[in-house]
Design a protein around this ligand. Structure first.
Ligand code: ADP
Ligand code: ZN
Ligand code: ZN
Length: 777
């Protein structure tokens, strides 16, 4: 028997399937989807079995060494998904297979040194090998490189490769009573006594603590055949600061209608878009539906954006479903993630709650897939290997004949378009579940603040509102739009932003040569000295950071307890959860980036302030307006979620932008009509897709030359293509880059053309990078 093995080296040139002989004694246990160790060149590496066959034309084959996972980690479904994604993104399939596994399963390749002849070993090296006969190669080299080399040459040492998994199963010793007998020694007596009273096995550590017996006593008891000590596998327990009570909720009438519509479609594939205002009880519906799937003996997958930011939602599911839930996201430790994943593989957990990567969970017989906050771009993995979890979710829902439920308070314009045009079924919830009033929203014009002489970052109204909250002991959230950090140019007098005449997206300021540039079409112009619209000199590029805001706040409100949440403050494991918990317990003001906009449910937050609300509007991105609208709606939804009415203050230089009136009336429809009209005109999603190609070369001139070649081929095949232009990052990893942008609605045939082009790439000096999800240019 011959196995087709995909080797685990994510490198385009090696993305090939190699044939290996399956040794006779492994023939019964080998199957597709397993990982195997195979010889590759001079090394042993791990690969994936993607096919089995009886014969091959290839001569002189090597054999599989071992099978790593007897139970295959990939079923047909996920093997198929991996090959689909690899073809679409022109990226190695092995990288996708890796991405489907928990981090802890990726392989560590290590070289080690072993003593062959201690007598011939140079004296200074001997101490290293006194306790052990082998040590890690790199560690040895650090100390005495030349001696190690010499010993290798004389044959006193030899090196050998080791492959191991990053993470392993956690095991603990468990003690069981076999029989009692008279023993000497108080400690031993105590142990037997304790075990008899308990009547069941116990962890060794706990036993020793309870009886103060040491390992010697236990070993003696074991030797006399009175107890057994065996090692048992344990899952690492996930800790959460939130321990919620399971509360039984009866769905309201509108909730029940939504629930019923989806429940009725169990067993067939259909996509629903649930448009429900924040706090309308969407999550309660997800819980009830998941329950239903489990009752029917099926499994369910719930995807949330950035689950680590919303520990409470996870806790709600946990309180309802207990051990049937596996949580899966990247903020878990490697070991925890590995354990949660194994619970799913072994079908001990049939409900998976997770972020983007959970879409690859090894679930079988899926009855329901939910994607909450479906508009969130965190469902797109934009770093390689790229994928859109929504697309994968749709593929899986189809395979399992299960409904896919997309939920949001501000659906993505594309999803809403599909709901309007009949591809999705639209369901709506228009009221908050707890009948709390929607917050009052005010838009403040920063231009007039500036004219009034207020040059601080905070409008007078916002300062007053914060003071009031501090006085009443209520809480404030302050949002800084980080996407506004891009260096666009704004007039502080009239709010004008310099945009590309051709593309309608903002131009980016380049400090080094003092020019403005459109990263979409490559148009350049000198930096303006005065506002092209009103002539003011107060024109400059913008961007404020959360640290500066925090410092300014401390100045204004020295007594307040101010917390800051951004990448810098949440680096540690469970960093988010600790910070959010601390804020809920004793904070006055939480300053943060987009991170704080999503899903937070704090009772005492009655004020939300948005600094620089229009920043996000000027990011050179076709989707800037929808992104901003949805962010502002979300953050507004964090205020006044219980009895107390909330207030939202939005600061902007562009008060008349229609997005703010939609925000004030909470009118999604009006926003949608404007944005879809714009998108139809700009010919972007959902009308056409944009694919960015980066042509990279070690030589700048050749990068441009190659880009022209790629352009020619694309045009030849009928693809509308812009460029070459300079990308946002024009030089990376030792290569110069040129950008091409393809507008299309046929990903399949584009992949084919790109596949042909990819074959011509000389990996020694050039790259062709395909990005199906470009955002700001
Ligand atoms: P969403 O997911 O739409 O933001 P949630 O499901 O989180 O809304 O609901 C908001 C709050 O209202 C939660 O505290 C939830 O427990 C509560 N809630 C939702 N539906 C009901 C209901 N039918 N009866 C009582 N409380 C409800
Ligand atoms: Zn101006
Ligand atoms: Zn342009």
């Amino acid at each position: 028997m011959i196995a087709e093995v995909l080797v685990d080296i994510p490198h385009k040139a090696l993305d090939k399937v190699f044939d290996y002989v399956v040794p006779k004694d492994l023939e019964d246990s080998v199957s597709r989807g397993q990982r195997v160790d195979v010889p590759f060149g001079a090394r042993i590496i791990t690969g994936f079995v993607v096919g089995l066959k009886d014969a091959t034309q290839v001569k002189g084959l090597k054999s599989i060494k071992t099978i790593r996972d007897l139970v295959p980690y990939f079923d047909e479904e996920r093997l198929r998904i991996s090959s689909y994604l690899a073809e679409k993104h022109l990226y190695p399939r092995a990288a996708y297979l890796e991405a489907m596994l928990p981090r802890g399963l990726s392989m560590k390749y290590e070289r080690r040194l072993r003593v062959v002849d201690m007598n011939r070993l140079p004296k200074p090296l001997r101490p290293y090998f006194r306790e052990t006969s082998d040590i890690a190669y790199d560690e040895a080299l650090k100390k005495t490189a030349h001696l190690v080399r010499e010993a290798l040459e004389t044959g006193a040492l030899e090196q050998y490769p080791v492959i191991s998994q990053q993470e392993s199963v956690k095991e603990v010793d468990v003690v069981r009573l076999k029989k009692t007998a008279k023993v000497r020694g108080d400690k031993q007596k105590a142990v037997l006594e304790y075990l008899r009273n308990r009547g069941k096995p116990i962890d060794r550590k706990r036993l020793q603590k309870a009886t103060e017996a040491n390992s010697d006593s236990l070993r003696r008891l074991e030797k006399h055949g009175l107890i057994d000590i065996v090692s048992e596998e344990r899952y690492r327990e996930l800790q959460s600061l939130y321990n919620l009570k399971d509360k039984a909720v009866t769905l309201s009438e509108p909730q029940r209608d939504v629930y019923q519509a989806i429940k009725d479609s169990f067993g067939s594939h259909k996509t629903f878009l649930l448009h429900g205002v924040t706090s309308s009880g969407k999550t309660e519906i997800y819980i009830k539906l998941a329950e239903q799937a489990l009752v029917k003996g099926q499994s369910a997958l719930i995807l949330l954006p950035e689950i680590s930011l919303t520990p409470k939602i996870a806790a709600r599911f946990k309180s309802r479903f207990k051990n049937q839930v596996a949580l899966y996201h990247s903020a878990l430790s490697t070991g925890e993630q590995y354990d949660e994943w194994r619970k799913v593989l072994r079908k001990e957990a049939r409900l998976v709650i997770g972020a983007r990567s959970a879409v690859f969970a090894p679930l079988e017989n899926i009855g329901l897939i939910v994607m909450d906050e479906e508009q969130s771009d965190s469902f797109i993995q934009s770093d390689a290997p790229q994928y859109d979890a929504k697309e994968v979710a749709r593929m899986r829902a189809k395979t399992h004949a299960a409904p896919l439920l997309l939920g949001s308070a501000t659906p993505s314009v594309s999803s809403y378009y599909y709901a309007q045009t009949g591809r999705y079924e639209l369901l709506e919830l228009k009221e908050r579940a707890l009948k709390s009033l929607p917050p009052e929203l005010r838009v403040v014009d920063m231009k007039s603040e500036f004219k009034k002489g207020n040059t601080t970052m905070f409008a007078e109204a916002l300062q007053k509102a914060i003071e009031k909250r501090l006085f009443k002991g209520e809480q404030t959230l302050l949002l800084i739009n980080r996407r506004g950090h891009a260096q666009f140019v704004l007039c502080r007098d009239c709010g004008h932003v310099v945009k590309c005449d051709d593309c309608t997206i903002s131009m980016t300021y380049h400090k080094t040569n003092d020019v403005l540039m459109c990263h979409h079409c490559n148009k350049k112009q000198p930096m303006v000295k005065t506002c092209p619209k009103c002539g003011s000199f107060h024109i400059r590029y913008m961007g404020i950071g959360s640290e500066r805001v925090e410092a300014a706040l401390k100045n204004l409100f020295p007594e307040a307890s101010i917390l800051r949440m951004d990448r810098d403050t949440t680096g540690k494991k469970q960093g988010h959860e600790h910070l959010l918990y601390a804020f809920e317990e004793e904070g006055d003001i939480l300053v943060g980036t987009q991170m704080i906009a999503k899903g937070l449910d704090f009772e005492d937050v009655t004020l939300v302030g948005v600094l620089s609300a229009d920043m996000g509007l000027h990011v050179p991105d076709f989707y800037a307006e929808s992104e901003t609208f949805s962010l502002l709606m979300q953050i507004a939804g964090r205020s006044g979620r219980r009895e107390k009415k909330g207030e939202v203050i939005v600061q902007t230089y562009d008060k008349d932008h229609p997005v703010f009136s939609d925000l004030q009336t909470g009118d999604y429809e009006s926003f949608y009509r404007r944005d879809i009209a714009y998108r139809i005109q700009a010919r972007v999603e959902p009308i056409l897709s944009l694919t960015q190609l980066l042509v990279a070369h070690k030589q700048s001139r050749l990068a441009y030359h190659r880009a022209l070649e790629v352009l020619r081929r694309l045009k030849q095949d009928g693809f509308e293509t812009l460029g070459p232009s300079l990308p946002k990052i024009p030089y990376k990893n030792g290569m110069y880059r040129q950008q091409l942008i393809v507008r299309h609605n046929q990903a399949k045939s584009l992949s084919k053309t790109l596949g042909d082009l990819m074959d011509t790439v000389d990996m020694k000096r050039e790259r062709l990078i395909v990005n199906h999800y470009p955002r700001d240019f």
